[in-house]
Design a protein around this ligand. Structure first.
Ligand code: CUA
Length: 129
């Protein structure tokens, strides 16, 4: 991937804003979301910002309001708040080719007090958990 600006690779994953809210930035490409897993805190305002580097993908979190198309050249933004800790699987929700059904990202929601202690790498590199 060769992206600049907001979606440069080092800027992906979860960032904490001054007001305590969280922003998770992800890039969609065939057939993965990058990062493949992000960590967030429970009971905290969360803003997802996504873009695509190739075709139209979809970003869906079952049982929440998170459901948006991810279109190349545009930034999709959706806000939510997780009310329970846990591991959430977020599938691609728009047919994008042969690998569509295997295209997922994972969101790990941790208790609020745990989040500030996580290093920047731990906030994004949680695929193995
Ligand atoms: Cu990406 Cu379906």
């Amino acid at each position: 991937m060769h992206l600049s600006g907001e979606f440069v690779e080092s800027n992906l994953g979860t960032a904490q804003e001054r007001d305590g809210s969280l922003t998770a930035r992800l890039v969609a490409d065939q057939y993965a979301f990058v990062p493949g897993c992000v960590k967030l805190a429970v009971d905290t305002p969360v803003k997802f910002r996504l873009t695509s580097v190739d075709v139209v993908h979809g970003f869906l979190l079952p049982a929440t309001n998170v459901n948006t198309m991810v279109v190349p050249g545009y930034v999709a933004e959706v806000r939510t708040r997780f009310t329970r800790p846990g591991v959430y699987r977020m599938p691609c929700n728009e047919f994008c080719g042969n690998g569509h059904h295997g295209m997922w990202t994972h969101v790990v929601v941790v208790p609020q007090h745990q989040f500030p202690a996580l290093a920047a790498t731990e906030r994004t590199n949680c695929v193995q958990q």
